[in-house]
Design a protein. Structure first.
Length: 411
C-alpha cells in the first residue's frame, strides 16, 4: 500500500508541472483570443477598469450597457462555469437563463469552437475582479422583454455561416475565422433590417452605425478605394496607412484588438478580405480646379480657410499632425456621410503604435454655413476622391438631419 501511494504521489508530482504549463498556455492563448474577439472594446467604459463594463452601446432600440466580465462573483462572471460561459458566448444565454441582447455578437461567435471559448474564459478568470455593477440596460417596451429574443434567436441567431473555402489558401481560411467569427466584422459592416438582424444577402457591403458608415469590405470595393494587401495589413496593425487613420468606432477596435495581433493573422485577414488573387487597387489622379464644378471651385477657398493649416494647401498632410487628402479612403466613399461627420464633429487626439500621434481635429459645424459646407465637400470629393457627381445643399441637410444626438455619437 505504501509503495502504491508513493508511486501515485510521484506520478502526481511529475504531472503537476505539465498541467501547470498546459494551464498557463491556455491562459496565454485565451488572452490573445480575447484580444482578437475585441472583448475589451465593448466591456470597458472610457476611463474605466478593463472588462468592468459600463460602456453605452447605442442601438436603434435604446442604449445597451456593456456588462462586467471580470471574475467578480457578485457583479461579473465569477460564478460562470465553462459550459455557461460557452452558452453566453455562442447562444446569447446568461447564467440565469435570460437572453442577452444581440449587441453581444453571439450571432457571429456561435461559430467559435469550444476550445477557443474555454481559453478565453480561462484568461478572464485571471484578470482583476472589479466589484462594481455596470449600469442596468433599460429599454422601452417591447424591447425590454428579453423573452421575446427567444423567437428572434430562432430566426436570426445562427444566420452567420462561413462560405465554403475549398481551393482557398490556408491564410484565406484563417482570415475567414479571424474576420467573420472572432473579429465579428460583419456585425457593423453589414446592413440590418427592421428586426435588427443582419441582411445576410448583403453581407459586408456596409452598414450605418450611429450616423457613420461602416463601409463595404468587399474586395472590389476595397480595391476601388485604393486598398491593397500590404496597406490593409499595415492599417490593421498600426491604425494608419497611406489611406488615412482609424477613427470613430474603428479606433477602439485598433487600440484594443488589431494592433496586438500577430503579423501572420493580420496578413490572413487582409487575404480573406481581398482574396487570394486580389483585384488591382485603383490609383487616382488629382482633378484640376478648372475641371471641377462651380461649387467645388468655391470650396477650394473654404479648404484653404479651415483645412490647409493642418492638411497642407495641396492636401499632402503633415506627419504626426494630420493625414493627407491625397489617396484618403474617406474621400473616395460614394456616400459622403463620414466626411461630413468628421468635418462637423472633428476627431479627438489619437495615439497609434510606437510614438505616432495625431493631434485633435476640431469640428467646424459652427463655422461653416450650409453652402460653404457643401462646397467644401464637393471640393474634397472631386479633387481627391475621384467623385464626379456634385452634392446639393439639400443632400447635405438631409445627412445632417440623420445625424444622431450629441450624446449618442461615437465614444
Amino acid at each position: 500500500m505504501k509503495l502504491l501511494l508513493s508511486r501515485l504521489a510521484l506520478a502526481v508530482g511529475l504531472a503537476a508541472p505539465v498541467l501547470l504549463a498546459h494551464a498557463d498556455d491556455q491562459v496565454k492563448r485565451g488572452e490573445y483570443l480575447a484580444r482578437a474577439a475585441d472583448c475589451m472594446a465593448c466591456h470597458t467604459a472610457p476611463g474605466g477598469a478593463p472588462f468592468a463594463g459600463g460602456l453605452p452601446i447605442v442601438s436603434p432600440f435604446g442604449t445597451i450597457y456593456g456588462t462586467n466580465i471580470t471574475p467578480s462573483k457578485e457583479h461579473g462572471i465569477g460564478l460562470y462555469n465553462d459550459d455557461e460561459f460557452f452558452a453566453a458566448l455562442t447562444e446569447g444565454k446568461r447564467r440565469d437563463g435570460a437572453n442577452l441582447y444581440p449587441a453581444m455578437p453571439y450571432t457571429s461567435y456561435h461559430l467559435m469552437p469550444r476550445a477557443d471559448s474555454d481559453a478565453i474564459h480561462a484568461y478572464l478568470k485571471t484578470v482583476e475582479p472589479i466589484e462594481r455593477a455596470a449600469p442596468v440596460t433599460r429599454l422601452s417596451f417591447p424591447f425590454n422583454v428579453r423573452l421575446g429574443l427567444t423567437g428572434w434567436n430562432m430566426l436570426y441567431g445562427k444566420d452567420v455561416k462561413l462560405a465554403p473555402t475549398e481551393g482557398k489558401s490556408a491564410a484565406f481560411q484563417r482570415g475567414q475565422y479571424m474576420v467573420e467569427v472572432l473579429g465579428h466584422c460583419g456585425e457593423c459592416h453589414t446592413p440590418r433590417g427592421l428586426p435588427g438582424a443582419m441582411q445576410q444577402d448583403k453581407r459586408l457591403t456596409g452598414g450605418v452605425l450611429n450616423g457613420y458608415l461602416a463601409p463595404s469590405l468587399l474586395a472590389t470595393d476595397l480595391a476601388a478605394r485604393g486598398w491593397n494587401h500590404q496597406d490593409l495589413s499595415t492599417f490593421l496593425k498600426h491604425g494608419m496607412s497611406a489611406q488615412g487613420t482609424m477613427f470613430n468606432e474603428m479606433f477602439p477596435v485598433f487600440h484594443n484588438s488589431t494592433q496586438g495581433l500577430t503579423d501572420p493573422d493580420l496578413a490572413a485577414m487582409a487575404t480573406f478580405l481581398l482574396g487570394d488573387q486580389p483585384p488591382v487597387a485603383k490609383v487616382l489622379s488629382e482633378t484640376s480646379l478648372d475641371a471641377m464644378s462651380p461649387s467645388a471651385q468655391r470650396g477650394r477657398q473654404d479648404y484653404l480657410n479651415v483645412c490647409a493649416g493642418c492638411h497642407a494647401p495641396n492636401g499632402e498632410g503633415k506627419p504626426h499632425i494630420a493625414v493627407a487628402m491625397r489617396g484618403n479612403t474617406t474621400l473616395r466613399l460614394e456616400d459622403p456621410r463620414n466626411l461630413l461627420r468628421v468635418i462637423e464633429d472633428g476627431i479627438g487626439e489619437q495615439q497609434f503604435t510606437g510614438f505616432e500621434r495625431m493631434q485633435p481635429m476640431p469640428g467646424f459645424a459652427d463655422k461653416l454655413n450650409h453652402q460653404q459646407l457643401t462646397d467644401l465637400l464637393n471640393y474634397l470629393r472631386q479633387g481627391w476622391g475621384g467623385q464626379s457627381g456634385e452634392l446639393a445643399v439639400s443632400d447635405v441637410q438631409k445627412l445632417q438631419a440623420d445625424a444622431p444626438p450629441a450624446e449618442h455619437k461615437a465614444h
